[in-house]
Design a protein around this ligand. Structure first.
Ligand code: HEC
Length: 147
């Protein structure tokens, strides 16, 4: 009997020590959920704008067609030219541009989006697919960008 008790006690001890290292512990879940919630809150208003205004050219996967339509997923232009990207969405963009070492010489019309909608769709494309920009675009920032 004593042996069984000791054995059980040992078992509980072993299990107990495992739970300290459990990677799926409550704390980690909470941390993950908060990060996901922040990204999806950033994305939600722009997601619909993207589907309505951008998807037909840049694709649902943001990869463009590497011929007429440049990619947004992994785009060095979008990553490095924040102001020009905002300007492109406010005023349209045409003429030669180089995105990820490929030349495009086409044109994107201005789509008549409000400053808030430009900010929303920028926040969507900057945090979608493999893009992980963290500095949020605000309506005020968009309003300050001139042609
Ligand atoms: C009619 C097709 C079309 C639509 C619709 C369109 N684009 Fe574009 N977009 C283009 C083309 C073509 C270029 C490259 C223009 C050039 O050659 O100067 C471009 C360039 C860009 C660029 C800069 C280059 C890059 O790939 O990073 C961004 C950012 C961009 N578009 C985002 C958007 C967003 C966001 C929307 C929706 C609000 C949108 N586009 C809608 C065709 C389109």
């Amino acid at each position: 009997m004593l042996i069984t008790k000791l054995f059980l006690g040992f078992g509980v001890f072993v299990l107990g020590s495992f739970s300290f290292e459990n990677p799926f512990s409550q704390d980690n879940y909470i941390k993950l959920n908060t990060e996901t919630a922040v990204v999806s809150k950033l994305q939600s208003p722009g997601k619909e704008i993207y589907a309505d205004f951008c998807m037909q050219c840049h694709g649902a996967n943001g990869k463009g067609d590497t011929k007429n339509f440049p990619p947004l997923d992994g785009s060095d232009w979008l990553k490095n030219k924040r102001n020009q990207s905002i300007a492109a969405l406010k005023f349209g963009q045409s003429g030669e541009i180089v995105v990820n070492k490929i030349k495009y010489n086409s044109s994107m019309p201005a789509m008549g989006l409000t400053d808030q909608e430009v900010a929303d769709v920028m926040n969507y494309i900057m945090t979608s697919w493999s893009n992980k920009q963290t500095k949020v675009v605000t309506e005020k920032e968009v309003a300050a960008i001139k042609k």
